[in-house]
Design a protein around this ligand. Structure first.
Ligand code: ADP
Length: 268
């Protein structure tokens, strides 16, 4: 087969997007979607002139509409493509979640259809000018997932941010993902470690959540010559804010997770 003609269409469509970043995790449930939405909020608050878009391509469990507080919004398709939903003036979102008839619909599509949907999203959303497009991908290290990553890399994605917890299983999967990115020539911006630490809101003492593998992400970075972008602590207020679709960065300025997020954004 020759080159996929959709690649040129996607490159064209995304030509006004400066940084196209995919957020990857090997394993599900490590906080990939949470990190994506937090980065969206944090980057868009750096400066009102910075425009950020989030593409929720997590076809199996699109959670961004809920986390960003825009569940149930309608998206429109005009002559220039799908218009994303605006969370704030400079933060927009397109999600498969907007196209489901009910927010509880499970989308269990097989590989080709899933990847077809990602292609369609990439080629048909009218983002306008963006500084950052953050792409929340489905988790996994299956062949179909890897082929989606390869496709994104061919379509001109700038780089990947990898999210992991320090658990052995998460680190193993993320290692596979990193090796695959290297194989297809997709640059890795760095690694975010999530939920490694809990800071008690009362006594401020710090507890490690997975003590057996503390430092696992740092070790992975050292071994594979990757940049550690920082660690987000486990924060029950963050989980609650995400469930409620609240703007965590604005509402909880004193949270240790927000401080950590600021350091991560400075590294990107
Ligand atoms: P993934 O996208 O990797 O499947 P999610 O981002 O959906 O994972 O996170 C899984 C769950 O963990 C969610 O309920 C989310 O609110 C919670 N969570 C993620 N990161 C944190 C954190 N740092 N502190 C507290 N809860 C978190």
């Amino acid at each position: 087969a020759g080159p996929d003609p959709a690649i040129e269409i996607i490159k064209n469509r995304l030509s006004n997007v400066k940084h196209k970043i995919i957020i990857l995790s090997g394993k599900g449930g490590v906080g990939k979607s949470t990190v994506t939405s937090l980065l969206g909020h944090a980057l868009s608050k750096l400066n009102p002139d910075i425009n950020v878009g989030i593409l929720d391509a997590d076809i199996c469990g699109p959670s961004q509409p809920r986390v960003l507080g825009v569940r149930g919004e309608q998206v429109h398709n005009s002559g220039s493509g799908w218009s994303p939903v605006y969370v704030t003036d400079n933060l927009s979102l397109m999600s498969i979640g907007f196209l489901l008839s009910s927010p509880d619909d499970a989308v269990i599509w097989r590989g080709p259809k899933k990847n077809g949907m990602i292609k369609q999203f990439l080629s048909e959303v009218d983002w306008g000018d963006l500084d950052y497009l953050l792409i929340d991908t489905p988790p996994g290290t299956s062949d179909e997932h890897l082929s989606a990553v390869q496709y994104l890399s061919q379509a001109g994605v700038t780089g990947a941010i990898v999210v992991t917890t320090p658990q052995e299983v998460a680190l193993l999967d993320v290692r596979k993902e990193i090796q695959f990115c290297r194989k297809v020539g997709l640059p890795i911006i760095g690694v975010v470690e999530n939920m490694s630490l809990f800071v008690c809101p009362n006594c401020k003492s710090r507890s490690e959540i997975f003590p057996a593998t503390t430092g696992g992400a740092a070790q992975l970075c050292a071994e594979l010559a990757l940049r550690p972008l920082g660690a987000l602590p486990l924060d029950p207020l963050l989980a609650r804010a995400c469930d409620a679709g609240a703007d965590f960065v604005r509402e909880l300025p004193h949270s240790p997770a927000v401080a950590a997020l600021g350091r991560i954004v400075a590294e990107i």
